[in-house]
Design a protein around this ligand. Structure first.
Ligand code: COI
Length: 356
């Protein structure tokens, strides 16, 4: 891996803030950005010129490889403000490790840890007014890397741009979602990029998700690419099934994202002596459990949505409804996670990371 450049972080502040123009009670997820962003270029074999600057457009050649081959990866993380005005991140080291793991899979050079953490914490400090208090409010943080070398030869870029943007957020999905179990399209395959947060991995979901939407389902539950027999992820999230009082979720593999919310839910469940089975979960056992009344809950788990309960799923054109559980596992883990994230409860696992 390239070593840290030990270069000084250049900070260029915006002349004025746009925060007064933002209605924080009516945010569309990921469409409003804070005053500043971070940018760092990879050239001549090293990351250089780490800079925080006012948020704004980039000038990039249309010949840059990212536009032709999608050589790009990203992360999703959040900053939270507690009732005393302190700002926290949640398990940021996990996101740092994962973006480098995703980069490796996409032949992108890894990013140095010291620059990542200095840039991230400085950026959050500079734009701290953009983190609003209150459960459900957060500043969604989007680190990403893209290939900027000009040239359409199909080979890894020699130049990259690493950036961090920040966007004030409220809930990602509002209400319970209806999902369709994938029977034709696939999200990932053995040996593919499913475990990476590669940009194209998400773009490839848009078309099948649109087809599901036309039928009245907001998301797709992805199944294994070979036979569509096993349940793997839900939309952009990991997925959990509660059968009676046992929690089931697919094991991490090269098809499945090692989600930070996923592993946090598993840790909370195990702490509370809930049986968790990380194993292939078949469509047939979940359909069977739905028919005989043992399927109590399905929920997605991800950074953007935290926990997203599923109200119905469709398989072979039959819709199976799930009763909303105010006191179920989904709502309980969501509250426990949000309380930790917002510094409203103890942090027994040491997940909170204080920024200021
Ligand atoms: C996240 O939960 O961070 C995601 O990856 C969702 C994102 C695609 C909006």
């Amino acid at each position: 891996m390239n070593s840290s450049t030990k270069q000084k972080l250049d900070i260029q502040k915006a002349e004025s803030s746009r925060i007064g123009q933002v209605d924080f009670n009516n945010l569309t997820f990921g469409s409003t950005f804070s005053d500043h962003m971070f940018e760092c270029d990879y050239k001549d074999g090293e990351w250089q010129n780490p800079t925080i600057k006012p948020y704004g457009p980039l000038t990039i050649s249309p010949g840059a490889k990212v536009f032709h081959y999608g050589q790009a990866v990203f992360e999703g993380m959040k900053a939270y403000k507690d009732d005393d005005g302190k700002v926290w991140l949640f398990r940021p080291e996990e996101n740092f490790n994962r973006i480098n793991k995703s980069s490796k899979r996409m032949a992108i050079p890894e990013f140095p840890k010291d620059i990542f953490f200095e840039a991230l914490t400085e950026l959050v400090k500079i734009d701290k007014e953009w983190v609003k208090k209150g459960l459900g409010n957060s500043l969604y943080i989007r680190p990403f890397v893209m290939a900027t070398q000009v040239g359409v030869s199909a080979s890894p870029s020699t130049e990259y741009k690493f950036m961090i943007l920040m966007s004030p957020a409220q809930a990602y999905y509002t209400g319970d979602v209806k999902v369709e179990i994938a029977e034709h399209y696939s999200r990932s395959a053995n040996g593919g990029v499913g475990a990476a947060k590669a940009a194209g991995n998400y773009g490839a979901q848009f078309f099948p998700t649109n087809l599901a939407r036309e039928k009245g389902f907001q998301q797709v539950i992805w199944t294994d690419a070979s036979k569509h027999e096993y349940l793997e992820e839900a939309g952009t999230m990991n997925v959990f099934f509660r059968v009676n009082d046992t929690l089931l979720t697919a094991p991490i593999s090269d098809r499945i994202l090692d989600g930070v919310t996923r592993k946090s839910v598993i840790a909370l469940a195990k702490r509370d002596n809930i049986t968790v089975e990380e194993r292939p979960v078949s469509v047939s056992e979940i359909v069977e459990a739905a028919k005989n009344g043992n399927l109590k809950e399905i929920f997605g788990a991800g950074t953007a949505a935290v926990i997203s309960p599923v109200s119905a799923f469709s398989y072979h054109d039959t819709v199976y409804d799930l009763e909303h559980q105010d006191n179920g596992f989904a709502m309980r883990f969501k509250k426990e996670l949000m309380d930790i994230q917002h510094n409203r409860s103890e942090d027994p696992f040491g997940w909170r990371y204080e920024v200021l």
